[in-house]
Design a protein. Structure first.
Length: 65
């Protein structure tokens, strides 16, 4: 990304993140804490454990990408 100045690239990425957060907030306006915790324990924690195991295997077997 040498053709785009750094400050423009930074503001473009920041705008994208803010837009994404606003879009999620407006799409799902009434998420309660129990719904978020249920999502975390049922899906996000197992996905992160699989990711951790996969990356540990990649490092152990010397597959660096």
């Amino acid at each position: 990304m040498d053709c785009i100045p750094g400050f423009i690239w930074f503001f473009a990425k920041a705008f994208f993140v803010v837009f994404l957060l606003m879009w999620v907030k407006w799409t799902f306006p009434r998420l309660r804490i129990d719904q978020i915790l249920s999502l975390e324990w049922k899906y996000l924690v197992p996905i992160s454990m699989v990711n951790l195991l996969l990356m540990a295997c990649c490092v152990a077997f010397g597959f660096h990408f």
